[in-house]
Design a protein around this ligand. Structure first.
Ligand SMILES: Cc1cc2nc3c(=O)[nH]c(=O)nc-3n(C[C@H](O)[C@H](O)[C@H](O)COP(=O)(O)OP(=O)(O)OC[C@H]3O[C@@H](n4cnc5c(N)ncnc54)[C@H](O)[C@@H]3O)c2cc1C
Length: 423
């Protein structure tokens, strides 16, 4: 079979590209060696919280910030995509995650403050429904933080203490008797939850909560993207409950990923999971096929067009060896100039690591540029973290860039394969 579009990478950018290509009527293959960084992320879609050169101050209006970044930084992916396409994508991706069982908030006008397990607030745009009761917490609202005995990802007493120091009216309690699994992390706990377990948890919350309190819990409900579990918990508890993101692996991120994967499957995208793209073969001046490997087995996959959504150095889209940086599949040049040293001495540096800004340059159609500054291949498009000109983590724009560039790259690839029309 010759696919219309072959997408390499099963992260947010790759799934967005495959979905949009298939919506244009293209046959699409989605190839991925691993799950991508969504499984590590909070489950929120960051659009723009800390624009470059703004003294590390968060912005309130993410779309206005996208517009500003687009006008000031010509190499930023948002300069190519534009704020309207970004806003449209965010509504589009919310509709898909909701249809996949895991709704996100749909308010694009404002960044939110999401409480994390260490008591810091994450600034982000689209949040899962299960976070909603806890966003933008006012100081006057009484809080009950519930912990689970034996859960190592989350300490309710520590979080309550940090919040008390910040002026919140908060108390905590630790529930006993909930199985936490061998390693004691939230993914393990979530596997033990049945519908009756959720009901019992709801009844326990109902017993502990005091009038006027809202209740924060670690993400421990099942890993499936099914918001009904959460709604049932709130119903039985009889109060507003919200999930608090913990360290990776992240259940809300996993649910988001599963919701989008389900949408890909129901849209007819063929998933090639656990498959590594090694290299490409040329045919008639274009890319004709990819050489794929699964363990010791190798085979070719043919397509009319290709989207690379292989992520940053964290996912293998870029390989960093000492001072050498390469793009391993297509041998594309990486914007490495003036980027040394690649890593800051502080792991959690607020200005990020230079390695996070590495990527491929693209033209206005998201086609990667070759060494001569022109599109390397007319039938190759790029999306997500692999794009140069942005820092997904330091700017908190990773999800917004990945979904928007993925949707547009998928559409462009479908059109180049002779399908649909761009809207
Ligand atoms: C710890 C952490 C937390 C984060 N939290 C957030 C957050 O809360 N909100 C937010 O918006 N963003 C967050 N981000 C950033 C965000 O996850 C990324 O910016 C975005 O999801 C990137 O998506 P992507 O699809 O471009 O890349 P990735 O998610 O990295 O996916 C790349 C894909 O390509 C595949 N791949 C790579 N090479 C090959 C190959 N040769 N063959 C086959 N497959 C290949 C990988 O297996 C993977 O499937 C976080 C990132 C990290 C690391």
């Amino acid at each position: 079979m010759i696919y219309d579009v072959a997408v390499i990478g099963m992260g947010l950018a790759g799934m967005s590209a495959a979905l949009s290509a298939s919506e244009m009527g293209a046959t699409a293959a989605l190839i991925g060696s691993g799950p991508g960084t969504l499984n590590l992320a909070s489950g929120c879609i960051d659009v723009m919280a800390y624009p470059p050169n703004q003294d590390n101050l968060p912005v309130d209006d993410p779309i206005a910030a996208v517009r500003q970044v687009a006008s000031e930084f010509s190499e930023h992916p948002y300069a190519i995509l534009g704020d309207k396409a970004v806003a449209k994508t965010l509504s589009w991706i919310s509709a898909h995650t909701a249809a996949g069982g895991w709704p996100l908030s749909s308010d694009l006008s404002k960044n939110h403050r999401v409480l994390t397990a260490v008591g810091r607030f994450k600034i982000t745009c689209l949040v899962p429904e299960s976070y909603l009761a806890g966003i933008d917490l006012p100081l006057y609202k009484p809080l009950l933080i519930l912990g689970i005995s034996g859960l190592r990802d989350f300490s309710a007493p520590m979080l309550a203490e940090v919040l008390q120091m910040k002026g919140y009216k908060v108390r905590s309690t630790v529930l006993q008797g909930i199985p936490v699994g061998f390693q004691g992390h939230s993914l393990g706990v979530s596997r033990f939850f049945s519908e009756s377990g959720i009901k019992q948890l709801g009844l326990q919350i109902r017993g502990f909560v005091r009038p006027g309190e809202i209740v924060g819990i670690p993400p421990i409900l099942p890993p499936m993207p099914d918001i009904q579990y959460f709604r049932e918990l709130q119903k039985v508890a009889g109060v507003e409950v919200f999930e608090i993101p913990t360290l990776p692996p992240s259940l809300p991120g996993i649910r988001l990923s599963k919701a989008l994967r389900a949408r890909c499957v129901s849209s007819g995208v063929e998933l090639w999971e656990g498959v590594h793209a090694l290299s490409m073969e040329e045919s008639g001046g274009k890319i004709g096929s990819l050489l794929l490997a699964a363990g010791p087995n190798q085979r070719k996959l043919q397509a009319k067009t290709f989207v690379m959504a292989t992520g940053s150095y964290l996912s293998g889209g870029i390989r960093v060896k000492g001072d050498t940086v390469i793009e391993p599949i297509f041998d594309l040049p990486i914007n490495q100039k003036e980027r040394m040293p690649l890593f800051s001495t502080s792991f959690l540096s607020s200005s990020g690591h230079n390695a996070g800004k590495l990527g491929v340059g693209v033209d206005s159609s998201l086609r990667p540029l070759g060494k001569n500054g022109r599109p390397a291949w007319e039938n190759l498009f790029a999306a997500g973290d692999i794009l140069a000109g942005h820092d997904p983590l330091a700017e908190r724009c990773g999800g917004g860039v990945a979904a928007s560039s993925g949707r547009i790259a998928g559409m462009n690839a479908a059109v180049a394969a002779g399908k649909g029309k761009k809207s």
